[in-house]
Design a protein around this ligand. Structure first.
Ligand SMILES: [Zn+2]
Length: 258
């Protein structure tokens, strides 16, 4: 956490630019900028990706590979890359969006930047007559551990590992992910959500607000997870657009950015 100051500044600049220029679809920093500012912004974007490259953001100790760019919007967490058990984001808030359940709960939370973006996503859905509800956002290491342990005791560890994350390996611990469903899918987190009009709308529109469908269809081998049309992950508008249009996983996108 101590070394993230510089990265945070760069990412704040990037997020600010991208959100401010929501019309960006191809190049991130070329609109409304003079050529010098544009070149500088593009080079800080390249620098940002460079600093967040998978090989540069991992340390292994006692056989456990832990990510080091914890507070980055492109932090890569998967079966090979763990968040520390002690990590909790410092800027969690509850977005002002409809949830599938009532009452307060830690799982309503997201990090500030993702919460602001998901409010815009839900507002756009509503405008299009699409009724989405948020089901589950932030999850602590301890909560993930109890979910995994319960699944493993019911289904066996191998099956549990395909459908739920081990503690430290869940994107929900980053505060950048949200599970979304709809009445038409019974507010369940099932692959059938992807065939509903709400699921189709989400897939088509999430990138405009900075989110990717993190575990895509036919990407199981790359992500380690079954298709999850309900799980969106915030990465920022520009990167979400690139990943989606090029049909990449977050792993592939960051790996290219060495
Ligand atoms: Zn999820």
């Amino acid at each position: 956490m101590k070394s993230f100051t510089r990265k945070s500044i760069v990412s704040t600049i990037l997020i600010g630019s991208v959100v401010a220029g929501s019309a960006f679809t191809t190049l991130p920093f070329t609109m409304n900028m003079n050529p010098v500012a544009s070149a500088a912004a593009n080079s800080s974007f390249t620098q940002f990706l460079h600093e967040n490259a998978p090989g540069r953001t991992i340390k292994t100790s006692g056989g456990l590979a832990t990510v080091t760019n914890l507070s980055s919007t492109v932090v890569l967490v998967n079966k090979k890359r763990n968040l520390p058990s002690t990590y909790a984001p410092q800027d969690l808030v509850v977005p002002n969006i409809p949830f599938s359940f009532s009452g307060s709960s830690p799982k309503k939370q997201m990090r500030k930047v993702a919460a602001t973006a998901i409010e815009k996503l839900f507002a756009a859905a509503k405008k299009d007559g699409i009724d989405l509800k948020a089901v589950s956002g932030y999850r602590s290491y301890a909560t993930q551990k109890s979910i995994f342990d319960r699944n493993a005791s019911i289904k066996g560890e191998a099956v549990a590992n395909k459908t739920s994350a081990r503690p430290g390996q869940s994107e929900h611990q980053t505060g950048l992910a949200m599970d979304i469903s709809s009445a038409s899918a019974g507010y369940d987190l099932q692959q059938s959500f992807g065939n509903t009009k709400e699921g189709k709308w989400l897939k088509a529109n999430a990138p405009k607000y900075g989110f990717i469908i993190r575990y895509g269809k036919d990407q199981e081998k790359l992500t380690g997870y079954s298709y999850e049309p309900w799980h969106v992950r915030y990465v920022g508008v520009y990167i979400a657009g690139e990943i989606t249009s090029q049909k990449l996983t977050l792993e592939q996108y960051l790996e290219r950015a060495k």
